[in-house]
Ligand binder design. Structure first.
Ligand code: ADP
Length: 225
């Protein structure tokens, strides 16, 4: 079953009186449980494409259907609801809330649950990413790798159907990056969560099922040998 369908999507940015077409009639389909890498030169539109697929931004033309919802037909509130139901997101710079502890950060997507249940679930997730003894730490008291592990726990809190990761290991040293990669891929395999990640690391891209290469606004699929 197709979990994400991108049809004839174009994205044009207007800056001053200049127009920049970043994506030009892009088409692809992603099946539930697949892992995909989006690669391409800097400035080629990788982050833009990820944002459109996650419903964080709107395409100029075309359609993005995530888990049966066509984003362009939804109101902003409906889009936010679809995102919090179906989508997890991991960023290069972690984006944890600085005034909340590790535990509270992971509890954010669980705010609709009873506090006791949310706490239990968040503790279970932090244990899973190896941070059982860091739950009361604030982001500034954690290393980069630990912050990224908190953000992985947070991304999985609402059991998303699809996980988006934008250069998730970009700010980490090689060893820590490999540990983060393993965590993301294990969670993809264990839960069957569809994984779409943006990376400039060819080794990381090779670990995915498919590679989508963006160049000059067009995409090209690379098939693993
Ligand atoms: P990548 O992730 O591949 O580095 P991006 O998607 O971040 O590329 O950006 C693609 C191009 O679009 C870049 O030239 C960037 O400057 C431009 N761009 C991105 N966001 C905006 C915006 N909000 N307004 C204007 N131009 C933008």
């Amino acid at each position: 079953m197709s979990i994400l369908s991108v049809k004839d999507v174009s994205k044009t940015y207007q800056s001053g009186n200049r127009k920049l077409t970043v994506l030009d009639q892009v088409n692809f389909d992603i099946q539930s449980g697949e892992s995909i890498a989006i690669v391409g030169p800097s400035g080629s539109g990788k982050t833009t494409l990820l944002g459109l697929c996650a419903g964080l931004d709107s395409s100029t033309t075309g359609s993005v259907v995530l888990n049966g919802n066509a984003f362009e037909q939804l109101t902003e509130d409906q889009r936010a609801a679809a995102r919090s139901r179906d989508v997890g997101f991991i960023f290069q710079n972690f984006q944890l809330l600085p005034t909340l502890t590790a535990l509270e950060n992971v509890m954010v997507p669980l705010e609709l649950k009873k506090r006791k249940d949310a706490k239990e679930k968040a503790l279970e997730l932090l244990d899973k990413v190896g941070l059982k003894d860091r739950v009361t730490h604030y982001p500034t008291q954690l290393s980069g790798g630990e912050q990224q592990r908190v953000s992985i726990a947070r991304a999985f809190a609402n059991e998303p159907k699809i996980l988006f990761a934008d250069e998730p290991t970009g700010n980490l040293d090689t060893e820590t990056g490999e540990m983060i990669e393993d965590l993301i891929f294990n969670m993809n395999k264990e839960k069957g969560t569809t994984l779409i990640l943006v990376t400039h690391d060819p080794e990381l891209a090779k670990r995915t099922d498919r590679i989508i290469n963006i160049k000059g606004g067009k995409i090209q699929e690379e098939v693993h040998g």
